[in-house]
Design a protein around this ligand. Sequence first.
Ligand SMILES: NC(=O)c1ccc[n+]([C@@H]2O[C@H](COP(=O)([O-])OP(=O)(O)OC[C@H]3O[C@@H](n4cnc5c(N)ncnc54)[C@H](OP(=O)(O)O)[C@@H]3O)[C@@H](O)[C@H]2O)c1
Length: 309
Amino acid sequence: MTPAPPAPVALPDLRGRTALITGASDGVGVEIARGLAAAGADLVLPVRSRPKGERAVAQLRASAPGGRIELRDLDLARLDSVAALAADLASERAPLDIVVLNAGIVLLGDRRRRESADGFELHFQTNFLGHFALTTALLPLLRARAARVVVQLSLAAGAARVAWGDLQSERRYAPLRAYAASKVALGLFGYELARRTSGDHGPLTVHLSHPGIVPGTGIAPALRERARDGRAAALAERWGNTPAAAAQPALLAAVTDAAPPCFFGPAGPFHLGGPAASQRPYRRLADPIAGSRLWTVAEGLLTGRAPAS
Ligand SMILES: NC(=O)c1ccc[n+]([C@@H]2O[C@H](COP(=O)([O-])OP(=O)(O)OC[C@H]3O[C@@H](n4cnc5c(N)ncnc54)[C@H](OP(=O)(O)O)[C@@H]3O)[C@@H](O)[C@H]2O)c1
């Protein structure tokens, strides 16, 4: 028997708050957006595909007609696009109260290592470096509103190590390895951001989350195709989360009063699915020496890359 879907997180009244969610044109991101909109938040949804974004907005308006929803353009795999969004939001003094770094890719069907137009391995840039560039560019706005930042990781980040000599999988490439490496980098960034911007260092609150396994989203059609009659697919179907349930850890991270940084995920077996709950952080990601080193590496990679805006 399939387990009953977990109860959604009870969100406070978010009227008057604005939430920016990356990757809200599909999958878990739409459901994070739906949850925040239902609680009254206004939404800023940066998307790389306007038609997909418009379809998502139509769905969101149907379920939560009250709030304001704005689409913006963002391709995390293009630093000029990241810089343009950050510059627009800064020039408008956009009031950002919640930022959810949710967008992500995993190129499972493709054995070839791909690079972005900026010359970075595609998982590394889309999942990590683009989010790093966006968040650091938005820091003055985020500080001004004592904003909440939610960093969306993956189970894959718990099993992987940091390959310092090969952060962009130039020497050894496999899609899942590159995906895990990008999520490890994102996790190190999340914890380092928390150290640099909360407590005595500033007013931001940073929490991390992961959705478990979500067989119903667009991220892994190749995996679903390959694993249709395999045991992994059966396990994911049996214990994984629906997109709506998978949004709950990020929603909990967006509103919790718990002392930051917390890590939220599904509480079911192996954290594949189930209701959102706090879980033990992946120890390697919370390492301050590695976090600081990664931040320096990312700054170095971005130096001289972003166009003047
Ligand atoms: N599904 C799972 O089992 C699973 C497991 C662990 C973690 N996660 C994580 O959960 C998050 C959401 O994944 P999902 O399952 O909801 O996947 P999804 O349905 O494929 O959604 C991914 C979202 O990211 C956006 N995106 C991809 N590349 C982008 C880029 N270059 N610039 C801007 N946006 C981009 C996509 O936009 P388009 O609409 O343009 O494609 C889409 O809105 C990801 O961070 C993923 O790593 C998922």
